[in-house]
Design a binder for this molecule. Structure first.
Ligand code: F6R
Length: 357
């Protein structure tokens, strides 16, 4: 029982989620399968030899898929994947760039601006969206449009916004075929959701346990370069947007060269930090050693340190196992705070204010 809220009361969790965030989470395996089907039907008229770099341009929930792609492709693709979260594009973007312009709504002004620049630069553009202005422009301009279903929050559409980029890269030979891995991923997500769903009591539900730890604390999520780095960022974003609470993230080994020094003062603030370390069997052995040492450095200064291990076989399954756990955790944290996870009033407010110009 936290804040008088009992996470074993399923009806209470449902009552706190009028926007249906939990339903969208539950449907993630089916979403990934549908995303694969949609992307397979897209025709691309260029080959791997024409591509020197891949860029994903987008913001927020539409950009995190790009980061997941960057890490996924890191040890598989012969070309770099770069994520751009801006109105403008770097100077190197040209006709040898495969550019995914990703906006779930299709109306994000930074992405529309980057799209216009990409067009000017002659990049090989593929648009990923539910429609909006971006969908209309791309159709009129004759670029391939991967149109995914609307009706959920962009941050709940990670399957729709990541899987097609992998499928397209594989289609043109920039990545190995991912069909088996996507099957492994969706099978594993189906198992995981049975452990994370609201009907599973706190005692057996890792996400509910983590939400309880985060309640009235400041979550700090540590990931590892090349494996869980983006998942740490994702946990932070999901806590922000779903639970409407602050959270921070950092990555090893880099944090061993700065952040780790900052656990001395102010002691009362440090005691509010609840640290989660995301671990994966592919973490570099020296980083695993670093984690062990780092834990001993911070453990007495902070409120708590918890390690969460990925599960599953393939890279995608292991990455998503941690993402999924963080997604559910953020929704249960919203329940504890009595907050509807779906609305993001501050993002909407900013977009409206900017649109007034
Ligand atoms: C809302 C969310 C936001 C949006 C972002 C960009 O769920 O996650 O981060 O993703 O404001 O909007 P779209 O995705 O429509 O381009």
């Amino acid at each position: 029982m936290t804040n008088g809220v009992d996470l074993n009361q399923e009806a209470l969790i449902a009552g706190n989620d009028p926007g249906g965030m939990l339903k969208a989470l539950w449907n993630l395996p089916e979403q990934c399968e549908e995303a694969e089907r949609i992307a397979q039907a897209i025709d691309v008229n260029f080959t791997a030899t024409e591509i020197k770099n891949v860029m994903v341009t987008g913001l927020g929930g539409s950009a995190i898929g790009g980061d997941l792609l960057r890490v996924y492709a890191g040890d598989k693709a012969a070309v770099p994947v770069i994520v751009n979260r801006d109105y403008t594009l770097p100077a190197f973007v040209d006709a040898s760039t495969l550019l995914f312009a990703v906006s779930y709504s299709g109306n994000t002004e930074e992405t529309l601006s980057a799209y216009a620049q990409a067009k000017e630069k002659g990049a090989k553009i593929i648009v990923l969206t539910t429609g909006g202005k971006l969908g209309q422009l791309a159709e009129a301009d004759g670029y391939p449009v991967i149109k995914v279903p609307g009706g959920i929050s962009p941050r709940a559409a990670t399957g729709y916004l990541l899987i097609p980029t992998i499928v397209i890269m594989a289609k043109i030979g920039l990545l190995p075929d991912a069909g088996d891995e996507i099957k492994d991923l969706t099978g594993h997500l189906r198992v995981l959701r049975e452990h994370l769903k609201p009907a599973v009591p706190v005692e057996q539900n890792l996400a509910k346990q983590l939400a309880t730890k985060f309640y009235n604390r400041l979550p700090v999520i540590w990931g590892v370069s090349g494996t869980t780095e983006v998942v740490a960022q994702r946990w932070k974003g999901q806590i922000n947007e779903n639970a409407k609470a602050p959270a921070y993230w950092a990555v090893l080994p880099e944090l061993n060269h700065n952040e780790i020094v900052g656990f001395e003062k102010p002691e009362n603030v440090l005691k509010q930090l609840e640290v989660v370390i995301l671990r994966d069997r592919a973490d570099h052995p020296r980083v695993q050693k670093r984690i062990e040492i780092s834990k001993t450095i911070i453990k007495d200064a902070v409120s708590g340190v918890t390690e969460v291990y990925s599960s599953g076989n393939s890279t995608l399954a292991r990455t998503f196992s941690l993402t999924y756990t963080g997604d559910y955790t953020s929704v249960y944290l919203a329940t504890l705070y009595g907050i509807d996870p779906t609305p993001v009033k501050m993002i909407d407010f900013l977009k409206q204010k900017l649109a007034e110009d």
